[in-house]
Design a protein around this ligand. Structure first.
Ligand SMILES: Nc1ncnc2c1ncn2[C@@H]1O[C@H](COP(=O)(O)OP(=O)(O)OP(=O)(O)O)[C@@H](O)[C@H]1O
Ligand SMILES: [Mg+2]
Length: 280
C-alpha cells in the first residue's frame, strides 16, 4: 500500500519545521532522507508514526487517513510503522530477549508484558529475530551491556516483532563506528528486500544514502528540495540540499561521509526468516 503525505506542515510557535511537504511512497521502497541539521527530517519521520501531529495537511496509508486516527486505530498504526532511533531506546537493565519481546506490546495485554509473561511462540519468534540479526548469543544479557551496534540490532529485532509494514529509522547509525554502521544498514536493506517492508531512514551522511537507498529525499528549511534516485543527486542538487559553506564554497561531499558500503555480511548470510515465521 502507498503512503502519502499531502501538504504536510508542522509549526513550532513561529517556526516552520516542515513546510508543505507532498510525497508519495510506494510499499517496499527504501528511502533515505538527508539534509542539514534542523532541516526537519526528524519532525517529518515523527509525523509519519504520529509521535508528532501536523499543524496542517494529512497523511494517508492506502485508504486510511493516518493523521485522523485515534484510540485503537492509532495504536494499530504505531504498531504497523515501527521506529528505531539513534540512541536505540532499549531498557538497559532488562535482558535482550525481553527487550525484543516488548515489540509485542501493542499486540497483547500490557500487564502480561510487564509481568514478563510471554508465550512460547513469542520466545521462539524473539530468538528467531535475534538469530536473523546475528546476535542470538546475547539473548540473556542485560541490553545495556551490549555494544552500540549490537544494541541497534536488538532494536531492529524488537521492531520486527511488531510485524511492521513500514520501518522508520531516525539516524540509526549516527552513534556507531563504520563497521557497525554497515552491519545495521545491511540489516535494514535485507529486511526491506526480503519482506518488502518500506524503510524510511534519516541519514546524516550522503554516501550512506547513496549506497543503500533507491530514493533520496533532500530537505532544506522544512521543504523537500530533492526527490530522486542516487544517480540524480549531482553536485548542484547537493548544494541545493546542504547549501554552501560560510566561505561561499559548495559543500564537499566528503564532509558528509563515513565511507560505508553494502557488503555481504553474516546478516544476509543467515537463513531466510519470513514475517510469517516471526508471527508463528
Ligand atoms: N518540539 C519542538 N519544539 C520546538 N521546536 C522544535 C521541536 N522539534 C523540532 N523543532 C525545530 O524544528 C526544526 C526541525 O527540527 P528537526 O529535529 O526535525 O530537524 P532535523 O533535520 O532532524 O535535524 P538534525 O539533523 O539535527 O536531527 C528545528 O529548527 C528544530 O529546532
Ligand atoms: Mg533529527
Amino acid at each position: 500500500m502507498k503512503f502519502d503525505l499531502r501538504n504536510v506542515t508542522r509549526r513550532f510557535g513561529g517556526h516552520i519545521a516542515v513546510n508543505d511537504v507532498c510525497l508519495s511512497i510506494p510499499q517496499g521502497q527504501m528511502v533515505g532522507i538527508i539534509g542539514r541539521s534542523g532541516a526537519g527530517k526528524s519532525t517529518l519521520l515523527r509525523m509519519i508514526n504520529r509521535l508528532a501531529d501536523p499543524t496542517s495537511g494529512s497523511l494517508h496509508f492506502g485508504e486510511t487517513e493516518v493523521s485522523s486516527l485515534k484510540g485503537a486505530g492509532l495504536r494499530n498504526w504505531q504498531r504497523d510503522c515501527a521506529m528505531i532511533f539513534q540512541q536505540f531506546n532499549l531498557v538497559p537493565r532488562l535482558d535482550v530477549m525481553t527487550n525484543v519481546m516488548l515489540g509485542r506490546l501493542n499486540h497483547r495485554s500490557t500487564a502480561m508484558s510487564l509481568m514478563g509473561i510471554f508465550t512460547r511462540e513469542e520466545r521462539i519468534a524473539a530468538l528467531a529475530a535475534l538469530e536473523r540479526l546475528g546476535i542470538e548469543q546475547t539473548a540473556l544479557q542485560p541490553a545495556g551491556t551490549l555494544s552500540g551496534g549490537q544494541q541497534q540490532r536488538v532494536a531492529i529485532a524488537r521492531a520486527l516483532m511488531q510485524t511492521p509494514k513500514m520501518l522508520l529509522a531516525d539516524e540509526p547509525i549516527a552513534s556507531l563506528d563504520p563497521l557497525n554502521a554497515r552491519i545495521v544498514m545491511d540489516a535494514l536493506k535485507d529486511i526491506n528486500e526480503r519482506e518488502g517492508i518500506t524503510v524510511i531512514t534519516n541519514l546524516h551522511t550522503l554516501d550512506t544514502a547513496r549506497a543503500y537507498c533507491e530514493r533520496i529525499i533532500g530537505m532544506a528549511a522544512g521543504r523537500v528540495v530533492f526527490d530522486g534516485p542516487p544517480e540524480a543527486l549531482d553536485a548542484e542538487a547537493v548544494t541545493t540540499i546542504y547549501g554552501t559553506s560560510s566561505d561561499g564554497h559548495a559543500i564537499d561531499e566528503t564532509m558528509t561521509s563515513t565511507s560505508i558500503r553494502p557488503e555481504t555480511l553474516p546478516v544476509s548470510a543467515l537463513p531466510r526468516m519470513t514475517m510469517a515465521s516471526v508471527h508463528a
